[in-house]
Design a protein around this ligand. Sequence first.
Ligand code: RIB
Length: 305
Amino acid sequence: MKQPNIVVVGSMNMDIVVKTSRFPGGGETILGDELHFISGGKGANQAVALARLGAQVTMVGAVGLDSFGRTLMTAMADNGVNCDYIKITEQASTGTASITLTPDENNIVVVPGANTKLEARDVKQVETLIQAADAVLLQLEVPLATVEYAAALAEKHGKFVILNPAPARPLPESLLRRVHVMTPNRTELEALTGIDLDERPLEEAVDKLLDSGVHCVVTTLGSEGSLWKRRDGSLQRQSAYRMEVVDTTGAGDAFNAGLAYDISADRGIGDAVAFAAKVSGLAVTKFGAQDGMPTMADVETYFHE
Ligand code: RIB
């Protein structure tokens, strides 16, 4: 199989994780169990996961001139990600994500900081790398104008565009029609389409995205697996693997990395979704979004490939 070559344009955050038995109520103070500082950010997590799978990865992101920024860059470089195009800005501090992790679920508040300083001209710097890449992988934790520019540059060079629309926000049709594969979860699908999935079938929302120009929608549904549909196809289902869950933070990032890896290796969308389910299944068995990303050897060993 050829080595996938992917440019990731996205966020880098220091995850400040508090492990606790339950979420506090409004106005309530509770005692937590553990505090961890872990490298994160959807873009960075996806880049590291790709590198661990064996892809050639360039990260386009931004951090502040501070110790969090240095730690994030070191973590990415140690994983083999090309960090030459990560901007270090004095205009803002490195992004943070305050994560409360209970045994059942997590919630996250992101303060984007330096991520807001990632501009189209920073993406322009990697035009030759995009030209040489198989795909560009995007999320929505950096300015929309930057995401739009990256998609336009990818289109100019005939490259595959994968958009993980997290956190969800309204997207212009000019961006949607450049996206080959979009990977919303259920909440994001509702936010993007305005369709209440308690009232209407999920396929209606998927079709709305396909009608607005996206070529293929892969909806991730946690333990219920994922559903995918191409413009010219029917709704397909991929089951999730039943794993011992330690931390679901970053499961979506692992899924997107697996998907981008296989698509870039010229595998079909069905195979890519199946591989993505394996990568995200293994990611939840370890603590920490970025730290928990599996290597290709982990995937092959566990699933006997
Ligand atoms: O997807 C998980 C990530 O979301 C965390 O690492 C956090 O930084 C937020 O960006």
